[in-house]
Design a binder for this molecule. Sequence first.
Ligand code: GLN
Length: 291
Amino acid sequence: MSVPLPAAACAADLLAWAGHHLPTPEGRAEARLLLLHVLGQPAVWLFSHDREPVDPAAARRFGELVVRRAAGEPVAYLTGSRGFWNLELAVSPATLIPRPETELLVEQALLRLPDDGRPLRIADMGTGTGAVALAIAAERPQAMVLATDLLGPTLAVAVGNAQRNGIDNVHFRRGSWYRALGRDRFDVIVSNPPYIRSDDAHLQQGDLRFEPPAALASGEDGLEAIRIIAAGACDHLVPGGWLLLEHGWDQGPAVRALLDAAGLEQVQTVVDLEGRDRVSLGRRPGRSLWD
Ligand code: GLN
């Protein structure tokens, strides 16, 4: 765009310049995030240093990121990280960007994982950055979590995130859905699978344009992956074990029908902070260790 990056600039000048490219309140907050990222500073830094000159090379890097953001690239891909639960996770264009609503999946899984030191086995299928698996593993250090993904480069990001957060009770395996689980059985299986309809216009909007299509879309009705996951649940859960799935706000009835048809019991849907259907779950019949 036409407004040139100011030459000898302080943070306040740079943010004023960024306002031409990212004029909304959200855009201004994003520009602050990008500047702090380039400078390697925490948010409070801006309060006391915003009038100090910024190193010209850093100012140029900031300028490039602002222009890329204005062209639509997700902030998380520009900074290379995103907070989830209490973890800081590396993200790359090989992974879905973790979303706050997915914390509901973690919360609901934790409700079904006793915190009394007994050994537990959990699987997270299609782990992406590892967000769900790592959050559960951090909260249940005695549990063993298996995190799977179809793609090696994606799994490499998740492995790196385990190391960066010092979490050592997660194992990683590459493969499609239950194929990666083999003959093992789990107390809880979780997944945030792709669930968007392949013709959904949202796939052409916002951050979704830049995220891996295979992590987002799942067939004509968005339920292809969920159908596979529901159908195989009883073969991979211990008696009394739980399957929990994230899905779209309008998929609750369809997902519950698939969980019922797969022979699961106590099938229910939990709503997110916006009151929308977000996570559905069901239990394999039979007595579990904690009944
Ligand atoms: N919740 C994401 C979205 O609608 C989609 C994530 C997914 O398909 N698992 O933007």
